[in-house]
Design a protein around this ligand. Sequence first.
Ligand code: ADP
Ligand code: MG
Length: 259
Amino acid sequence: MTKPESDATSGPAADRAAPVIEVGDLHKSFGDLQVLKGVDLNVRRGEVVCVIGPSGSGKSTLLRCVNLLEQPSGGRIVVNGTELTDPDCDIDAARTGIGMVFQQFNLFAHLSVLENLTVAQRKVLRRDKAEAEKIARANLDRVGLSDKASAMPAQLSGGQQQRAAIARALSMNPDVMLFDEPTSALDPELVGDVLGVMRGLAEEGMTMLVVTHEMQFAREVADTVLFMDGGVVVEQGDPAQVIGAPRETRTREFLARVL
Ligand code: ADP
Ligand code: MG
């Protein structure tokens, strides 16, 4: 799929080649269990990278390391020029540029949708109430929930909750969005709306790293697909190649099970 060369969020053409996420030789162990065994990954500005692979292959751990929800055991992670693995890095500051959307939406149950979208803007970015609400409403509109600002999370469907979670992440003006199986907890009829929102973000030029089992989405939206198994990247490339004509046996076996 081709994308517009210039849009609201992308800079000059040269900028698009700059990596927003650089992961080098990333290792992560939990006790004796080696989960990531030397993962390399680059995501350029405006690029959509989809990570596919069997359960337990380390996909969530990879994403969680990229915003330091997990401490890497070794290797290097640079996001937007800031080395997160540098012991002197201001992690909280760096993290504000990274939006994360989880399988479970993790909305604050006791806060309205609007409050869910404003709390971090006010606490972390120190925006005043009026500005935070203006940005929140603009992002609710972006995900098709402008009429749900005063609803409580429990009053929303799973798909609406996930779209609210996406709007919450967007309200922090992230440089990059990480998605960890954002549609896996949804009833099938609600998946399309969430994927539609993600597709829209991709078309606007948002830099995205997406763990997904939605092969059709990966095929149509990703610039690069990366197949992980056993804590390593087995194969990566153009979606038409990795999903349509995989070179590695392990990729073929995985796709035969999920397609
Ligand atoms: P995926 O997202 O590809 O399904 P994960 O990254 O969630 O894989 O998990 C990879 C492996 O790491 C699994 O064997 C899982 O049990 C293990 N693991 C993940 N998080 C932890 C943790 N906090 N403590 C111990 N083991 C973990
Ligand atoms: Mg996972």
